[in-house]
Design a protein around this ligand. Structure first.
Ligand SMILES: Cc1ncc(COP(=O)(O)O)c(C=O)c1O
Length: 408
């Protein structure tokens, strides 16, 4: 059926920075999505680790519509009750004493990086501004965050990048020991590198980074934009490590699909963000905060978090079984419901082709770079949907092998 608005409309009127899939989803419920033609898909992508409670969770729809009938927006000239409540929850549930609200992950990181520099420059000296980050890291798409991110393809071609940023090999304790100094203001890392291919930080590396930051009065920033809000089976991944950061950024799953981001920090660090140092018109918007507040109430529940760990095992068993049959992956890794399947050498660069086959078979998946298939479904995806989705992924793997063999 021809639709008035279709994939060609995208090419006609939208900036070509994305290459969206051929189908246009129009409705979602739980872990199911329907496209314009009424075809249904199982959602293993979760809006890139965003739809933490699936699509249109009734509790979230309820608070969103309730808030929509009360108060949408004020700016930060006034505060609002949903923002205050959400900040209180985040402080009670984590290491943090203070919260800054943003609208996205990149904005939360922008705030974190600016704060780290401002704190160090104010407290120590103007030349304490080195930021240490890691190869292949991803921290967002603003100019500061692509510069700190460890994937040059995102920062090249835009002219001079900000100075004072060093990139080190991830999980390399010796490189970190060598590079950190009294000029370092912050070390920023993802507890599991998401966009890089679901690569976990070693526990020893995290612990040593904390020690070194203490030794050199540098701040430790955990970017938990992908790992946060229950994704790993804990509210935040740092809670599994025994190491607390000074600053943590969270977004994506925080709003369950409603755009919101936040930067969490200690009271001492927060003081450097004095009136006028930073801000955002929409940050702390009542609609987003009200939804996020309910997301946190629902996700920060031991049964739900244990359910994430149980679902992890279901996925791992199912994926291992598929791999025993089709031998596409050399490694299947991850925590909770953030899972990466590394394609074997023979299939390097083919992750997108597998994603397209999966979509054709009726299951939405993600990739993380050219060689890794990534799954980040709803934290409450029903087991039946896991099984159906994996069955469809199996069909996609057969089709993938079939087309690749024909091409060869
Ligand atoms: C670890 C990490 N940091 C930052 C971001 C950027 O978040 P946003 O796209 O909401 O700006 C992402 C998004 O993928 C991410 O995975």
């Amino acid at each position: 059926m021809a639709h008035e608005l279709n994939r060609h409309t995208f090419d006609a009127v939208m900036v070509p920075n994305y290459a969206p899939g051929a189908v246009i989803p129009v409705r979602g419920e739980g872990s199911h999505i329907w496209d314009q033609d009424g075809r249904s898909y199982i959602d293993f992508a979760g809006g890139i680790a965003v739809n933490s409670l699936g699509h249109c969770h009734p509790e979230l729809v309820k608070v969103l519509t309730d808030q929509a009938n009360k108060l949408w927006h004020l700016s930060n000239v006034w505060t609002n009750e949903p923002a205050l409540k959400l900040a209180q929850q985040l402080c009670q549930m984590t290491f943090a004493d203070k919260v800054y609200f943003a609208n996205s992950g990149a904005e939360a990181n922008e705030a974190a990086l600016k704060l780290a520099r401002r704190y160090s420059v104010d407290k120590y000296s103007a030349d304490k501004h080195q930021i240490i980050a890691f190869d292949n890291a991803f921290h967002g798409r603003t100019f500061f965050t692509v510069s700190v991110g460890g994937q040059p393809k995102y920062s090249e071609g835009f002219g001079p990048v900000p100075e004072g940023i060093s990139h080190l090999p991830f999980n390399d304790i010796q490189a970190l020991e060598k590079a950190i100094s009294h000029h370092t203001c912050a070390v920023i890392m993802e507890p599991i590198q998401g966009e890089a291919g679901i690569l976990p930080a070693d526990p020893d590396f995290i612990r040593r980074a904390r020690e070194l930051c203490n030794q050199y009065n540098a701040l430790l920033i955990f970017d938990e934009i992908q790992t946060g809000v229950g994704r790993t089976g804990e509210l935040y991944a740092y809670m599994r490590t025994g190491v607390k950061p000074d600053i943590l950024t969270t977004a994506k799953a925080l709003g369950g699909g409603f755009p919101i981001g936040a930067m969490l920090c200690t009271d001492e660090v927060a003081q450097a963000m004095a009136v006028g140092t930073h801000g955002s018109t929409y940050g702390g918007n009542p609609l987003g905060c009200r939804v996020a507040s309910r997301v946190l109430e629902l996700v920060n529940d031991r049964d739900l978090l244990d359910g994430v760990r149980e679902r992890h095992l279901m996925f791992m068993d199912g994926l291992d079984e598929l791999n025993d049959r089709y031998h596409l992956f050399s490694d299947i890794r991850g925590q909770g419901l953030l899972i990466g399947c590394q394609l074997c050498d023979q299939w390097q660069g083919q992750a997108r082709n597998l994603l397209v086959q999966a979509q054709d078979a009726g299951v939405m998946v993600l990739i993380a770079g050219p060689d890794v298939l990534r799954l980040a479904p709803s934290l409450i995806i029903p087991p039946d949907d896991i099984h159906t989705g994996l069955e469809r992924l199996g069909q996609a793997m057969v089709q993938f092998l079939h087309t690749r063999t024909e091409e060869a």
